[in-house]
Design a protein around this ligand. Structure first.
Ligand code: TXA
Ligand code: MG
Length: 354
């Protein structure tokens, strides 16, 4: 199937409402619309329309056992999608939402299994982005929306990325510029105690713990492992966020300099901080991720850097590791998953890839 994808350019701070209403009409009539959030772009459909949500899986080439996140625009909508909501939860949600955190809750019968991939739980989030909030409001329904990329590709952080993957497949794209965080939301399973982190993301665990108490961090998150038999967040078991080029994580950024002048037939690209890039003499394709002191900046550039890498002629790429503190946990999780968990910490290990 090929259709004309409509592109709406919209002011991200003060969205033009006649355009939002046109996009909302597409959602209401069972279509799909890609839209910006504060994390990444999502591809949305009416969360109560099983057929419309089914089409998201086809458009993205998404595995059928990988459920979608349901987006709401006001706290009152919570009862439509989730059951067993406590007053305590509502109080906390009102503090943390709108924001880049997704909660796993028990679903209502109204939410089709097409959204939850057969699970009795549902992922819910209220995004902190005027366009997303207005679109949900005008649609009059919660919007189910996974990332607006083809499965396995890096998540889209601007409308051009969406167009690269979904042109001719999605009914419309709302172009609201680039996303503030550039990394997906943090996912917390609220149906168990202690609460469990299912995906590190834009909202740091350290900050969330101030409101939610102790959050358990499963081992696989630190290693970015894929291929788990039963992944807690089903999406975590798939290769994801990946450039097409082979990627190796380099634990010690100083080793990257050693790549210059190494005897190899392979064309090399390096993804690194400005600090490391400034020490390189040239000759190697360098993609800058930002300043080491600004991990939020690095998070924001990461997926775009993966897409840039794919447009180079490199045979292999090496990417600098960063601290796993704060937003660094999510950065490292994405990096390790994009590399298929290939990481090196010595010169010998690095040379083995050349
Ligand atoms: O920031 C974000 O969360 C973005 C924007 C668009 O909101 N969305 C996003 O969606 O990243 P997606 O589909 O790429 O990732 C959703 C993740 C998947 O790993 C999926 O397995 C998990 O959420 N998930 C959804 N429902 C779940 C459930 N009931 N239980 C456990 N994991 C769930
Ligand atoms: Mg995704």
């Amino acid at each position: 199937m090929f259709l004309m994808t409509k592109i709406f350019r919209v002011n991200p701070v003060n969205p033009e409402m006649q355009i939002i209403r046109e996009a909302a009409r597409i959602i209401k009539s069972g279509g799909t619309v890609a839209f910006p959030t504060e994390t990444i772009y999502g591809i949305g459909a009416d969360a109560f329309n099983a057929d419309a949500c089914g089409s998201i899986f086809r458009i993205k080439n998404r595995m059928p056992d990988n459920p979608l996140i349901v987006h709401i625009s006001k706290i009152e909508q919570l009862d439509d999608v989730a059951t067993g909501i406590t007053e305590e939860f509502v109080k906390t949600a009102k503090i943390l939402w709108p924001g880049p955190v997704t909660f796993i809750l028990n679903k209502t019968p109204k939410v089709p299994y097409a959204v939850t991939a057969g699970l009795d739980t549902v992922a819910v989030r209220m995004p902190a982005h005027p366009i997303a909030l207005r679109l949900i409001e005008e649609s009059g329904v919660p919007i189910a929306a996974p990332s607006a990329n083809t499965s396995e590709r890096p998540s889209p952080t601007n409308a051009e990325h969406v167009l690269m993957d979904l042109d001719g497949k999605v009914d419309a794209i709302i172009d609201g510029g680039s996303c503030a965080f550039g990394l997906e939301s943090t996912i917390i399973n609220m149906t168990v105690k202690p609460y469990v982190l299912l995906r590190p993301g834009a909202f740091t665990v350290e900050e969330l713990e101030k409101y939610l108490g102790k959050i358990e961090i499963p081992k696989y998150i630190n290693y970015g492992t894929t291929g788990l038999e039963v992944a807690l967040a089903p999406g975590m078991k798939y290769r994801h966020y990946s450039p097409d080029k082979p990627l190796v994580v380099v634990e010690n950024g100083n080793l990257l300099k050693e790549l210059e002048g190494m005897p190899t037939r392979k064309r090399i690209a390096v993804l690194c901080s400005n600090e490391v890039a400034n020490t390189m003499a040239g000759g190697i394709n360098v993609i800058r991720l930002g300043n080491e002191s600004d991990l939020y900046g690095i998070a924001k550039n990461l997926f775009d850097a993966f897409r840039k890498l794919d447009r180079t002629d490199a045979d292999i790429a090496f990417i600098q590791a960063f601290s796993k503190r704060g937003i660094g946990l999510a950065i490292m999780n994405r990096m390790l998953r994009a590399s298929g968990t290939k990481s090196v910490s010595t010169l010998e290990e690095l040379k083995a890839h050349l």
